[in-house]
Design a protein around this ligand. Structure first.
Ligand code: GH3
Ligand code: MG
Ligand code: MG
Length: 642
């Protein structure tokens, strides 16, 4: 299983890290380089200023003594000229320059003083011994101004040697000795700047550490937020990322829900329930390949995304079958309770088409799972793009439906319900539709499952109630019904809406019936009875929809304050070909008649069904053969189309 970060994100994190690292190394090198660089730059600037001064001196000297052939001789015999020369040299001295003097190289290669601007002056022709005579002579003869290190005296740092040339030969050499104080002063001068640079360096270092720590924290937190703590696989938060990065069309999607898991908790306790969840994850992981994803999608619901190499559907089906097998044959081994068998149902979407959104794919897989549950559990049901024709028709997502509902795009249509002869309209059933921007009517099956159990659904129900009341308010004597699930009747907002309507529109509500859907699985029959009694007190008649399917039984009819039920369409279709089913249908209708209940036969969609139902003692008929839903309820009238 691939459990790391997605490659793109991983790559971005590495990139950021490398950039920060490279940036900080660059900064450090700049900052540390600039402190020595600054020192060098200062020295070079000061040196070039000094060289300039020395050059000026050399120029003057050249001009002044051009005519003098023998300089040592001249200065020996002209003490006044030597004094002037000394004074000029003295001008160059400051606190960093200890000695400034003019040397002459005699024929034996010995250096001798000509003039001296230093404090303790050398005499004319006095011998001078540099610490590296060969080097000094070389510089003297080359005529190129050079700075040399001083090793002779501790207090001296460097000497600048400036040969003064005239007519192709060096006539004298100006020497300027820098004291070590010069270096100290330089350091003192650059100290504040260096301090600032060092501070920048420290701040940079702290920032780099901070950024790295933040990156690590981000990585850890992000990783935690997409992990399920119980099973350590991904939780559904990972979908926010996968939505943008995962090519879903390369995956088979398995929506896996454990069957009757509540019973495991109820029988063995929550801890064992938790162990069972971990055990399930263990089983699923063992069937996964490297590129697959396993996500805990809900409490006992998992999403397995299995990478499909080709578009081979058998591969996905085989995997789904293997998952079921694995659950069937590998129970959780519990030390106290022994073997605990788990089973699962699966909604399977094989390589969803490219143009479907993530939400649509999940929703379709969920519907397939729902079908698997309905089909008896412990099996898988497939969504196929061809079968559902969803490749061409992208389903609406929650936001689109919510927007349409908020923009008042709900339309109610009214399907007539006839008497047993199919002649007189007895009442109307209110059916809801959504109209999209293009004016297309969207049937409830395409939007109700998406908004089930949300506030948007409650809002829609309230709007439908209001619209139905408005439609029938001025149609005196016309009865009508609206559809509500049992869940709706337990919702406080819908209850108060009904109460309010019953007060405000007493007469219209007294002509209203509620067709109750989804009551089969409601286990608290007492509560259901109370709710229905309450509705009856408001003047509303109660109709059970789809009676005869699922767990609906005769007991419900005896126990609940019901006025009517609608016979499940499957019973009617079965009665068309099966004599036993027909007899059962007759008994059911007869039973209702004997006990004062009204019955409606739905799905009267053709003449044959209509003819068959004539032999059954039902009270009302409904179906396209008799009347399609209308945008406006008509006044009660006789039908002429047969
Ligand atoms: P169905 O076959 O229709 O799926 O029935 P079910 O009981 O599996 O499904 P239902 O949705 O009614 O109940 C799911 C149960 O899963 C209820 C809840 O207590 C349990 N559950 C959810 N999360 C956890 C969990 O983290 N630990 C445990 N022990 N139980 C959990
Ligand atoms: Mg379950
Ligand atoms: Mg469930």
């Amino acid at each position: 299983m691939y459990i790391g970060l997605r490659p793109l994100l991983k790559f971005s994190l590495y990139l950021i890290f490398l950039l920060v690292l490279a940036g900080s190394i660059w900064l450090v090198s700049i900052v540390s380089g600039s402190s020595t660089g600054l020192e060098k730059a200062l020295i070079t600037t000061i040196e070039s200023m000094l060289v300039q001064r020395a050059e000026n001196f050399a120029q003057q000297f050249r001009n002044e003594y051009r005519t003098v052939k023998d300089l040592p001789e001249y200065f020996l015999h002209h003490p006044k000229a030597q004094k002037i020369c000394n004074e000029k040299l003295e001008l160059m001295r400051d606190r960093d320059i200890r000695f400034v003097y003019l040397l002459w190289l005699d024929s034996q290669g010995k250096f001798r003083f000509l003039c001296d601007g230093s404090e303790s002056k050398g005499r004319v022709m006095q011998k001078f011994d540099p610490d590296d005579p060969d080097l000094w002579r070389k510089i003297y003869r080359s005529g190129i101004a050079t700075i040399v290190d001083q090793t002779q005296f501790n207090e001296l740092w460097k000497s600048m040697l400036i040969p003064i040339r005239d007519g192709g030969t060096t006539r004298a050499m100006l020497v300027i000795d820098y004291s070590t104080d010069f270096l100290e002063n330089l350091k003192r001068l650059s100290a504040p700047i260096q301090k600032t640079l060092r501070t920048i360096l420290y701040i940079t270092a702290i920032l780099v550490v901070f950024i790295i720590v933040q990156l690590i924290l981000l990585y850890v937190i992000r990783n935690k937020s997409v992990r399920d703590s119980l099973t350590e696989i991904y939780n559904r938060n990972i979908l926010t990322q996968l939505r943008f990065t995962l090519p879903l069309h390369h995956y088979h999607l398995l929506m896996i829900d454990l069957d009757h898991f509540k019973r495991i908790n109820d029988t063995y306790g929550h801890d064992v329930g938790d162990q069972a969840l971990r055990h399930s994850v263990h089983l699923l992981k063992s069937l996964m390949k490297k590129k697959d994803f396993l996500i805990r999608y809900g409490g006992e619901e998992f999403l397995l995304l299995s990478h499909c190499k080709g578009k081979d559907p058998t591969e996905g089906r085989r995997l789904a079958a293997k998952v079921l097998e694995s659950f069937r044959h590998t129970p959780l081994e519990h030390p106290t309770y022994g073997k605990i068998y788990l089973k699962a149902s699966i909604g399977l979407f094989l390589c969803p088409p490219r143009n479907l959104s993530f939400n649509t794919v999940l929703k379709e897989a969920d519907l397939a799972l729902y079908r698997a549950k309905k089909a008896g559990r412990d099996c898988f049901m497939e969504v196929s793009a061809e079968k559902n024709n969803i490749a061409q028709k992208e389903s609406l997502d929650f936001t689109q439906i919510k927007r349409l509902i908020e923009q008042d795009c709900i339309r109610c249509v009214y399907q007539p319900i006839y008497d047993h002869r199919g002649i007189d309209i007895v009442k109307y059933e209110t059916l809801v539709r959504l109209v999209d921007e293009k004016g297309t009517m969207i049937p409830p099956k395409d939007f109700l499952p998406v908004i089930w159990h949300t506030n948007t659904y409650v809002r829609m129900t309230r709007i439908v109630l209001e619209k139905a009341i408005r439609a029938f308010r001025n149609r005196k004597g016309v009865h009508f019904t609206v559809n509500l699930t049992l869940q709706d009747l337990l919702d406080e907002q819908i209850i108060s809406e009904l109460e309010e309507l019953a007060t405000r529109e007493r007469e219209t509500v007294s002509r209203m019936g509620i067709e109750i859907l989804e009551y089969h699985h409601f286990e608290n029959i007492e509560r259901l009875r109370e709710t229905l009694n309450w509705l009856k007190r408001l003047g509303i008649s109660i109709i059970l929809d789809d009676f005869g399917s699922g767990h609906a039984n005769f007991f419900i009819l005896q126990y609940l304050p019901v006025d009517e039920f609608k016979i499940d369409r499957r019973m009617i279709l079965e009665a068309m070909t099966n004599q036993k089913a027909k007899k059962l249908l007759i008994s059911l209708a007869q039973y209702a008649r004997d006990t004062g209940l009204k019955t409606t036969a739905e799905y009267i969609s053709d003449e044959r069904i209509f003819a068959m139902i004539q032999q059954i003692p039902v009270d009302y008929l409904q179906g396209f053969y008799l009347g399609e839903p209308l945008s406006e309820p008509e006044e009660s009238k006789k039908t002429e189309n047969r």
